[in-house]
Design a protein around this ligand. Structure first.
Ligand SMILES: Nc1nc2c(c(=O)[nH]1)N(C=O)[C@@H](CNc1ccc(C(=O)N[C@@H](CCC(=O)O)C(=O)O)cc1)CN2
Ligand SMILES: Nc1ncnc2c1ncn2[C@@H]1O[C@H](COP(=O)(O)OP(=O)(O)OP(=O)(O)O)[C@@H](O)[C@H]1O
Length: 206
């Protein structure tokens, strides 16, 4: 586990700084950069070969992956994260199509109703586009601090990088930080896409 060269800022400092930066980006910049990021992953095999793809609906200036909806082929099925109704701080992934009704969850993020018949187990997804606050060049991810993605994809820890689902962070390029100290529960990203391009990590190294 890499611990050398940590960022001089503490995790809470990184989180609040980047969140502020993200939220102060003008709306048209958020949209422009998000569309560019979507364009960078839309042509990748990781995206093109995925049949079941989870996106998220952005809040508070997060990069917006919903541009991928237009790039998706009709055979590709899209899902959104839903807070598990069992209170176990895990995510369910529920189908997102033109019939899906959304409601606000306790973080005021729109999500589908947690119909289990429309949900797909996390391990049967092919690609999960994950929100994040910060990432580093080794695939470490810092999120909003709820541990939802880490809990839901804990089964991926220690697995080879080609096993599904692939986790691909979706972010603005300025969200990259020098080095995040990886916690034992952190599930590394397989890839990240930003307005600057698409990067795949060799997660087997850690
Ligand atoms: N767009 C989006 N959807 C997502 C996530 C995300 O990071 N972004 N999540 C990723 O896991 C899950 C929700 N996790 C979240 C965790 C904390 C906060 C949040 O804003 N917390 C407030 C304080 C807590 C509160 O309002 O009760 C804050 O930090 O200001 C939001 C989402 C599932 N859906
Ligand atoms: N697999 C797990 N089992 C139990 N607790 C976990 C697990 N993963 C994370 N947690 C807990 O969740 C808390 C938040 O973790 P962390 O700060 O890494 O969240 P995050 O990755 O930023 O959030 P999110 O995934 O929701 O965007 C930590 O205190 C950690 O103890």
């Amino acid at each position: 586990m890499p611990t050398a060269n940590p960022s001089p800022l503490s995790n809470p400092q990184i989180r609040s700084t980047i969140r502020r930066q993200r939220a102060s980006l003008p709306h048209h910049e958020q949209q422009y950069r998000s569309r560019r990021a979507a364009g960078h992953i839309g042509s990748q095999a990781l995206f093109r070969n995925a049949r079941h793809i989870a996106l998220y609906l952005p809040v508070k200036g997060e990069a917006d992956p919903t541009f991928l909806r237009k790039l998706a082929h009709p055979r590709q099925q899209l899902y959104l994260p839903v807070l598990s109704p069992f209170g176990d701080n895990r995510l369910w992934f529920v189908r997102w199509d033109k019939h899906t009704h959304l409601r606000l969850n306790r973080f005021r993020i729109p999500e589908p109703y947690p119909h289990w018949r429309h949900s797909r187990p996390a391990r049967w997804l092919d690609l999960v586009i994950t929100p994040l606050v910060a990432f580093d060049g080794h695939g470490s991810r810092m999120g909003m601090g709820g541990g939802f993605y880490d809990r839901t994809f804990a089964f991926k820890r220690g697995q080879s990088h080609w096993q599904r689902p692939s986790l691909c962070g979706f972010a603005y390029a300025f969200q990259q930080t020098v080095h995040l100290i990886r916690q034992p529960w952190d599930v590394p990203l397989d890839a990240v896409v930003t307005d600057n391009g698409f990067f795949q990590f060799n997660t087997r190294l850690y």
